[in-house]
Structures are given as C-alpha cells and as structure tokens.
Design a binder for this molecule. Structure first.
Ligand SMILES: C[S@@+](CC[C@H](N)C(=O)[O-])C[C@H]1O[C@@H](n2cnc3c(N)ncnc32)[C@H](O)[C@@H]1O
Length: 288
C-alpha cells in the first residue's frame, strides 16, 4: 500500500517529549483543542462523513458518559491522528476517551499493534508518554516488533496498554509471516493462541493497577449461504479475564463505509445475516 510517512521532528529518546496536557471534560464541556499544529493529511484519504454536503462539523471532544460510544469522525480537531489512509486505523476518539479516563499526564502508554500511530498522536496530545510497536510500522517512531515479544526492559513500566489487533483475516496488512492478520479465527485455535501471546505481553509490561483496552469486532464469514459467525470478542475477553480484572465493556458504533453500501445490505438481507454494527472496547486492569 502506498503510504508516505509524515515529516516529524526526530524523537530524541525512547520516550517522546511531551506537549502540554489537556483537561478532559465530561459531557458538553469546552471542546478539547489539540496542542499540536494540525497535521497535513497523509496519502490519499477517503472522504470524511458528510463530505457530500461539505465537510462535517466536528462536535466537541468530550468524555463519553455511557458504555455506548459513538464518534462523529475518524479524527478530532483540524488534523489527523494516525492516518486515515491506513486500512484498519483506529478512530482516535476511542483512544482519546480511554486515555483521558484511565491515564494522567506523563503516564506511559504502549500500543503493540500501532499501525499508523493513532495511539502515539492521541497520547502525546494528552501529554502522556507513548511507545508504539507493529510488524508493519508506518512511521519512524514505531518500532518493528512482534506484539508477542515486546522489549524485555518494559516489564512493569506501562500505565496503560491499548491494542486494536487484526480481527481474523479481513485485511492484508503485510507480508510478514508473523502477522496475526494471516490467521483465520475460524480455523483451529492459532488466531486465539497468537492473541493470547499478545495479551500475556500486555500483562507483563503493565504496572500493577494499570489499565488495558482492547478494541475488537466479531466476524461473520459470508460463504455463499454457508456463513459462519466467529465471536472473536467473547473469545478474547475470556483470554483477558484469565489474567486481568474486568473494568467495563463498551460498545462502539461502527462507521464502516461497507455498512452503507447497497450490495452489502442486500446480501445481509438475502443471506439472513447481520453486518457488524459495533466494535467492543474491553477495559481491564492488572491486579495491584
Ligand atoms: C487494526 S490495525 C492497527 C491500527 C492502528 N491502531 C492505527 O490506528 O493505525 C492492526 C495492526 O496489527 C499489526 N500486526 C499484526 N500482527 C502483528 C504482530 N504479531 N505484532 C505486531 N503487530 C502486528 C498490523 O501490521 C496492523 O498494523
């Protein structure tokens, strides 16, 4: 995939320098304004929602008060966090809400599936330190590391881990044979074993009391009438519970463009299956 890495200031140390922290507001407070200058769009971005009637007006960035989260656009503010051009990029509103609630300024946030770097940008906007890893890093401040083998020296260092891993084989991220996106959740246990390795690493790098958010969707394979549902969310939550204390389960509305496409809707009606309407955000905590 064509991807032009953004020009960023070099990061002098393993831990990035921090901008001023922003105070989160609960419900209808003053909008959060990013402390960074607006980033230029990266690569060819798809249209924002509402673009047919001109650019959608972005509402204030506020803490979500319930366990049903919606986000008005992939990015907040004037620029982008991570890259809209990266398939599978996480909506930055989701990460902002997680970090605003469960971390404080200067805390260390780790994302082992960092992709285009959304978590790094959000964490730095909030004045948190951040480290990102991925097998297919999209920018120089993300390290090429397997999420199941994070650097040993990180043990017990993180205040928060966020991950948005592959959900089975929906997206071809890279040719790296270690990519978890090559493992079919419907064929044996290999996908879940790989994810258990990543969850175990999240536990190792977290401080006692640290929070871990995992963003994931179930999957439905529409095989010409012989469809199969894979409850990836429930399976991963069961793996998380082996090591962590549950904090909450959030449902995040999906704004995937395929949901709005007529042929997908028709196939779902004719085949009597559902299109994925939400992602889970599982929030757990490492015991003190
Ligand atoms: C859903 S995307 C993450 C998107 C990211 N949060 C963002 O906003 O750009 C999943 C990522 O997992 C990465 N990945 C897959 N297997 C991996 C592994 N074993 N270790 C580290 N990263 C992996 C892929 O390269 C891909 O970038």
């Amino acid at each position: 995939m064509d991807f032009i890495p953004p020009k960023r200031k070099p990061i002098p140390t393993h831990y990035a320098p921090q901008p001023k922290a922003a105070k989160p507001q609960i419900g209808g407070g003053k909008p959060f304004v990013s402390s960074k200058p607006a980033a230029k769009p990266l690569g060819k971005a798809g249209p924002e929602r509402g673009s047919e009637r001109g650019p959608a007006k972005k509402p204030p960035l506020v803490l979500q008060p319930t366990t049903l989260w919606d986000y008005p656009s992939q990015h907040y503010g004037e620029g982008q966090q991570g890259s809209q051009a990266y398939r599978g990029a996480t909506p930055s509103y989701v990460i902002w809400n997680l970090l605003a609630r469960y971390t404080k300024p200067k805390d260390l946030v780790i994302d082992p599936f960092c992709g285009s770097g959304t978590t790094l940008d959000v964490a730095r906007d909030l004045g948190r330190r951040a480290l990102g890893y991925d097998l297919n890093p999209q920018r120089p401040d993300i390290f090429r590391v397997d999420a199941r083998k994070l650097p040993p020296e990180l043990a017990g260092k993180a205040d928060c881990v966020f991950m948005d891993p592959p959900y089975s084989t929906h997206i071809d991220y890279s040719d790296d044979p270690r990519c978890i996106g090559k493992l079919d959740a419907g064929k044996g246990r290999a996908y879940y074993e790989a994810m258990e390795g990543a969850i175990e690493e999240a536990h190792r790098v977290l401080k006692p009391g640290g929070h871990f958010g995992l963003y994931v969707s179930d999957s439905y394979e529409h095989k010409g009438g012989k469809g199969q549902f894979h409850p990836i969310g429930f399976e991963l939550f069961a793996l998380m519970r082996k090591r962590f204390t549950p904090v909450d389960v959030v449902c995040v509305t999906r704004h995937n463009k395929t949901l709005e496409m007529g042929n997908f809707r028709m196939a779902a009606e004719e085949g009597n299956f559902f299109l994925r309407g939400f992602n889970y955000l599982f929030i757990v905590k490492k015991a003190v």
